[in-house]
Design a protein around this ligand. Sequence first.
Ligand code: KIV
Ligand code: ZN
Length: 521
Amino acid sequence: MNRIRIFDTTLRDGEQSPGVNLNAQEKLEIARHLALLGVDVIEAGFPIASPGDFEAVRLIAKEIKGPTIAALARAVEQDIVRAAEAVEQAEKPRIHTFIATSPIHMKYKLRKEPDEVLEMAINACRTAKKYVDDVEFSAEDATRSDWDFLCRVFQAAIEAGATTINVPDTVGYTTPDEFARLIKYLQENTPGIEKAVISVHCHDDLGLAVANSLAAVVAGATQVECTINGLGERAGNASLEEIVMALRVRNDHFKADTGIVTEHIYRTSRLVSALTGIAVQPNKAIVGENAFAHESGIHQDGVLKERSTYEIMTPQSIGVPQSRLVLGKHSGRHAFRERLRELGYNLDASEIEKAYQRFIELADRKKHVTDRDIQAIVEEEIVQVPELFNLEYLHVTTGTTAISTATVRIAKGDEIKEEAATGDGPVDAVYRAIDRVTQIATDLESYSLQGVTSGKDALGEVVVRIRDNGNQYIGRGTSTDVIEASARAYLQAINRLVYDRQVKAQAQANPEGVATKGSST
Ligand code: KIV
Ligand code: ZN
């Protein structure tokens, strides 16, 4: 069995998804889950991009044990030095340096001749090697590069110290058979390639990222770069859960497997969705809500007789909680804590207490509280930022012919503030009243409302995205009352914004950063 290394880039390429803006604590929480999931490498970020990115990589490098922690750097000295500084406390540090090798990128983006690019690749690997043993080199836009030039660049990179060479399909342009041929060509025509790990990094512009990555594995690649839920630039990257489960379910075919603890997949997917605010489409393979739902009578009949008639893997194998009924309102803390543990949450005492109070409130309003309800409550609580503003009370009057009016009472530390406002509908009225309390002018970029489970008393989940100075902040709120869920979501986004402003003000007071987020890949 061929062991395939899983290089997770959710925190770097995934974080480049439009609208995603994770703070350091949120990134750390995701990194913790990735470590439990058993990924081999966590690409924690692009330290030169901003002081915030740098700090997040440093924090992850310091805290997370087990996986290799990689930091991205362009093939220039200042990036590499910054990346080295960010991963210096890691148990297993890696510097991942890259430069584009395609004629289009070299001519229009870099404005450099191929030989200059080759020189830069060599210098970058040599520089990185001064700081760490584990150096990865990527030839950006490899699939639109000249194959012989790629062989020259990779040979030189390995001679200069690269231990992993990565072949990115940066714009999602290749096809499975073509990509497999490229990997074989590189193996056969790059002197010294046997000393390095061959890695692939596929984007999903044509919906082929997973297929291309798997074709590369068959051709001999032993590291796959991927992200949770397939997040990433534009159409995203190859999805980790699809790669891993394809290799697991069809290891008779691929003769390859990963070290991933598949039972942690679902929970990690939910966490990433909760923190990024990017919903998983219901029909998404492996982790979508419908991935294990059987609708047609023939299928249901088959599954009841024998699951394997229509199921090639079990929901348990990826850790989907069974929708069995749980605990009623008389259940004690102990039973609740046990259920949380079974669902895979490892919360501290105060988090458990908060979640328990929400559970009791919910059990009062809703007859059957399911595992999904509990998950939704906990996901709302995993905010990872101090809650400066806290909703204490909400009152709304509305109607088809009435002007919607809202009154809110919000605690800001020890201070209690109350405001009222009218609006174009109840949610608008609540948001205007909240704005009066917080005195923070934001643009509401998007608002979505979804039922967590079915039934008239279902928990409603609101996700909002607000914008401030070009940054976006996500908020999530759940309640059986959708107006309350809307208020909670909005306040959570505002709390994130306030926290981000504080972190930036601190960073300005202690200016360590070199460049801005604009200098990303
Ligand atoms: O897509 C890409 O080429 C990248 C590289 C930095 C590996 O993300
Ligand atoms: Zn990429």
